[in-house]
Design a protein around this ligand. Structure first.
Ligand code: NAD
Length: 477
């Protein structure tokens, strides 16, 4: 049932010339389920040539024609959701319902960018003299090198591809080797829609080898990366040395502030729902829960109950709320972070252990009263663990929210307009959701500040990251 994955270059599915492949594991069993082709320099050169060639035509393709093709790709993807979802679950671990939702979301993202591309206007600036026109034109940047991670193999790629193609760029996507087949199936939906050969190319291989070769290459005009902050900083400096534009969607460590006047029921149920979604391997997942003193015990006890009720198992089975972690590295990280927190005096109130000895399962975990010095209070946990700490003044909660170099997502629950306004003004974050979990829709900005990166992956701002501005002054003779 699980397909091997090939590369997609210049409109053709292909193995690498070396014949080399990499293993793909099922995180629910730890066993190999398939192989993915490993690109070398020959394949990278072919992809570069194809993307450059396709760009000459694609940049001049009318926005409405681009949109028609994007909608056709979305139609294909939508029709194949039931076929692709189990593949996504098999290689990444998330429950089938989450895999389906990731694919439905991809359909939504493609269509939104298709429509937004049509409305990407330039402007006319009133000129200082008669007979003169001052025009601002938006143009596609060129060939994009996109790098996407394993936590959302389809969703992370679709934001970059849809915005880039809608803007008139062509793409070389280096997607996640650990979960390659669902992304390849998504690319097939584009290929079958009739995109010009070379408009989208898909590579897998050794990430560092591919980024070190593509980013400095003169054909590449723009780099878009989603992943960890250390890798993002490295790729940004490489891009900077070659004056390439970047979008960096990096790590977070989201504060989740619950004030005493909040609707506690909805604050806790949203926390439990989103904390354990995708086994916590989400850059905007709540990680530092900060609860105002008078309601601390109640919130903690309700959250612990909710965490203990999460049903963990193979994502392909019915009645599973949380699958395994995507790889063994995350299990090791969980052991290290939780062990360190407890050694420093944090209270372990739920979970804390691996489950079974096959696959990468870990218990939904709740830690309380963890000191700031603990590693988990400073490093993105990227797993099914939340720290619940207390605060007595709103100022203290804001100070804790801003203490780290991250600034991706933040959440606050309060009925006070005054508090809500303070959070909006004073939390250093790219995204803030008050009394809700309302982030990451196609039409809204998705971006970080500080070490969480820069450049939006949502909204009109995302389209603009693939465009450059050209100013034309024209005087009639
Ligand atoms: P990692 O830092 O090795 O890799 C993170 C991602 O970057 C992976 O997709 C990897 O393939 C890619 N990558 C690594 N080195 C690269 C290079 N030189 N060039 C191009 N791509 C490269 O860590 P990991 O163990 O895969 O993931 C752990 C951490 O990464 C997590 O703790 C989390 O902070 C972060 N992460 C973030 C996201 C996100 O959505 N922002 C997604 C996945 C991982």
């Amino acid at each position: 049932m699980y397909p091997d994955t090939r590369l997609f270059i210049a409109g053709e599915w292909t193995d690498s010339i070396s014949g080399e492949t990499l293993p793909v594991l099922n995180p629910a069993t730890g066993s190999e389920i398939g192989r993915v082709a490993k690109a070398g320099q020959t394949e990278m050169d072919r992809a570069l040539a194809a993307a450059e060639h396709a760009f000459r035509q694609w940049r001049k393709t009318p926005a409405r024609d681009r949109a028609r093709l994007l909608h056709a790709a979305a139609d294909n993807l939508k029709a194949r959701i039931e076929e692709i979802a189990p593949i996504l679950t098999l290689e990444q671990g998330k429950p089938l319902a989450e895999a389906r939702s990731e694919l439905r979301n991809a359909d939504d993202v493609i269509r939104w960018f298709a429509e937004e591309g049509i409305r990407s206007y330039g402007r006319l600036i009133p000129a200082r003299r008669g007979g003169m026109q001052q025009m601002v034109m938006k143009e596609p940047l060129g060939v994009v090198a996109a790098f996407t991670p394993w936590n959302y193999p389809v969703a992370q790629a679709i934001r970059k591809i849809s915005a880039a193609l809608a803007a008139g760029c062509t793409v070389i996507l280096k997607a996640a080797e650990e979960a390659p087949a669902s992304c390849a199936a998504m690319i097939r939906a584009f290929a079958d829609a009739g995109f010009p050969d070379g408009a989208i190319n898909l590579l897998y291989g050794v990430p560092a080898e591919i980024s070190e070769y593509l980013i400095p290459h003169p054909v590449i005009a723009k780099v878009s990366f989603t992943g960890s902050t250390p890798v993002g900083k490295h790729l940004t400096s490489l891009a900077g040395a070659h004056m390439k534009r970047v979008t960096m969607e990096l790590g977070g460590h989201a504060p989740y502030i619950i004030c005493a006047d909040a609707d506690l029921g909805s604050a806790v149920s949203m926390l439990a729902g989103h904390k354990f979604h995708n086994a916590g391997q989400v850059c905007i997942a709540p990680t530092r829960v900060l609860v105002e003193e008078p309601v601390y015990d109640r919130v903690l006890s309700d959250f612990v109950t909710a965490a203990k009720a999460v049903r963990v198992g193979d994502g392909l089975k019915d009645e599973v709320d949380m699958g395994p972690m995507a790889n063994a590295r995350r299990l090791d990280a969980m052991d290290r972070l939780i062990g360190d927190a407890v050694a420093r005096g944090g209270r372990l109130l739920a979970g804390g252990n691996r489950i079974g000895n096959a696959g990468f399962f870990f218990e939904p975990t709740v830690l309380a009263d963890v000191p700031k010095e603990a590693a988990i209070m400073n490093e993105e946990p990227f797993g099914p663990v939340a720290v619940v700490n207390r605060f007595s003044q709103v100022d203290d909660a804001i100070e804790e929210a801003n203490r780290l170099p991250f600034g991706l997502a933040a959440y606050a629950f309060t009925r006070s307009q005054k508090n809500a306004q303070r959070f909006a003004e004073d939390i250093q974050t790219g995204m803030l959701s008050v009394n809700d979990y309302g982030l990451a829709y196609a039409e809204v900005p998705f971006n970080g500040v500080k070490d969480s990166g820069y450049g939006s992956e949502g909204g009109p701002e995302a389209l603009e990251t693939f465009q450059t501005i050209k100013f034309v002054s024209q005087t009639n003779l």
